[in-house]
Design a protein around this ligand. Structure first.
Ligand code: AMP
Ligand code: MG
Length: 485
């Protein structure tokens, strides 16, 4: 494996070639003193990239976009987006570049850089990213992947050696991100808004080929594309909700066609169970609160459907009818996925829904009223399934009601081992993430490394990792996160 020359990295330029109207060829800004902070060896190997090369000076320059492989065409991608409900016709990669696609075993994967300098879409932004938020995306996305939730991945974070002005001067960084693609609902809004139907059709065909290939065989491929995206997003949203993830900025430009989670800005994992949980400092109205996420996803998908409608049917009334029918599938699919996940969390995957429904309702009521730490409560419920109800009982207020619940549940013989395979012990808790980012910003990567080790094996209890399983201390909070930094 070692010693693979730079020139053997072959990047396809599928997006750049097929969708030129949405791709501005562009170069990354020079990183004065690049320093590799973290590299995802396993992901590199999965992509057929040599980790040893990526650690070399040439490799680090490749990871900042300063060493472009022969034949590759880095581009800034155009897209639109509804941000907090308001439509911006021209967003696009203001500080990011698509280097190209890697042809790996799992199909084409985008290799993309975030923080690589101003582009024609930068508006008033400085084109920069800083170490803390890029490392945050690395930690959270790799944790999500380990939890089995579809997500963009993180290949590396490189400190650029540039100081970036935020509230104070902070070390600049570039994140190398890997994704099934960077096609978003906002990409379709952009193409639709140009009124270039040929472009819209090419974009839809590109999306079908990459993410929903079976749609091509359907009598109405574009309706099938809509249905395919609805299906993957319904599953994704259920997975977020089951694990207590709050995305924080579910604008249409941050919703993928692949069904992967994208853009880890002001996101957080919920601690105490609170349906109204909001962490983003800019989400003043709570539009993207925990409990609203499925409804927002449905709203975003309606914007996707509107963008596709001209392709779905020549008669627009008929197109709307078909699109609405497809959109109606979201709730059913979301609810089915969520409910089946909840049964698995309770260790009763095969219980019939009628029996499971009151059990779930009553349990969540108890967890919310406490409120109990969502993640550790379910893990402790696994202990209760093994006969030690103490830890779970210690987390609720209404003990008589909980004891009654426990008796009903235990009579159904929940599977404790199966519970431990779906209820994580280690998630990137906000206080641990903040601690790791603060240390990294002063040059100490050790806390980030330790946290990464814990959250990338989220279900396996290991001695010595107790502090990674514990909720934030009482003096931490209320937690707020910031995006666009
Ligand atoms: P995000 O909140 O990361 O999804 O970004 C929303 C939009 O703002 C995208 O078009 C980004 O490219 C752009 N953007 C965010 N931060 C910057 C920055 N520092 N410089 C230029 N553009 C930015
Ligand atoms: Mg974004």
């Amino acid at each position: 494996m070692s010693g693979i020359a730079h020139s053997t990295i072959t990047l396809q330029g599928r997006f750049a070639r097929e969708l030129q109207e949405m791709a501005i060829p562009w170069q990354a800004e020079d990183a004065p003193e690049p320093q590799l902070l973290v590299l995802n060896d396993a992901l590199a190997v999965e992509l057929g990239l040599d980790p040893e090369y990526l650690r070399s000076p040439g490799g680090v320059r490749f990871l900042t976009g300063n060493h472009v492989p022969e034949g590759a065409t880095p581009v800034a991608q155009a897209y639109s987006g509804h941000q907090f409900g308001w439509y911006s016709p021209r967003l696009g990669d203001g500080r990011a570049l698509l280097l190209g696609e890697v042809d790996s075993d799992g199909g084409l994967r985008d290799l993309h850089l975030k923080g690589s300098g101003r582009t024609p879409f930068a508006r008033n932004g400085d084109g920069q990213a800083v170490v803390g938020p890029m490392l945050r995306e690395y930690l959270l996305s790799e944790s999500m992947h380990a939890l089995g939730i579809p997500t963009t991945r993180s290949l590396a974070v490189v400190a650029t050696g540039r100081q970036v002005q935020r509230e104070s001067l902070l070390p600049g960084a570039v994140l190398a991100r890997v994704a099934g693609s960077h096609l978003r609902v906002g990409s379709f809004q952009y193409a639709r808004n140009t009124n270039n139907l040929d472009l819209l059709r090419r974009l839809a065909d590109h999306a079908i080929a990459r993410h929903h290939p079976s749609a091509a065989e359907e009598p109405n491929p574009y309706l099938a594309l809509l249905e395919g995206v609805i299906a993957v997003q319904a599953r994704l949203l259920a997975q977020w909700m089951l694990v207590g993830f709050v995305h924080g900025v579910m604008n249409t430009d941050n919703m993928t066609i692949s069904g992967e989670t994208i853009d880890y800005g002001p996101c957080a994992f919920m601690e105490g169970f609170d349906p109204g949980a909001v962490y983003s400092s800019i989400d003043e109205s709570g539009r993207y609160a925990y409990r609203n996420q499925p409804v927002v996803a449905e709203w975003n998908l309606a914007r996707f459907a509107e963008s596709l409608a001209v392709l779905i049917h020549d008669d627009q009334d008929k197109a709307v009818e078909l699109a609405v029918q497809a959109l109606n599938g979201f709730r059913t699919q979301y609810s089915a996925a969520w409910f089946s996940g909840m049964k698995a969390k309770m260790g009763l995957p095969d219980l019939d829904d009628e029996q499971a429904s009151p059990l779930v309702d009553d349990l969540l009521k108890l967890v919310q009223e406490a409120p109990a730490d969502y993640t550790s409560f379910f893990r402790n419920l696994g202990k209760a399934a093994r006969g030690d109800a103490g830890p779970a009982r210690g987390m609720v207020l209404d003990l008589p009601a909980f004891d009654e619940w426990l008796a009903r549940w235990q009579a159904l013989q929940p599977d404790a081992d199966a519970m431990d395979r779906v209820n994580p012990l280690y998630i990137p808790r906000n206080h641990l993430v903040e601690e790791a980012l603060a240390a990294a910003t002063t040059g100490d990567m050790e806390p980030a490394r330790q946290l990464l080790t814990a959250v990338t094996a989220p279900f396996d209890e290991r001695p010595g990792r107790e502090r990674y399983a514990e909720p934030a201390p009482d003096d931490f909070g209320p937690y707020r996160t910031f995006c666009g930094t």
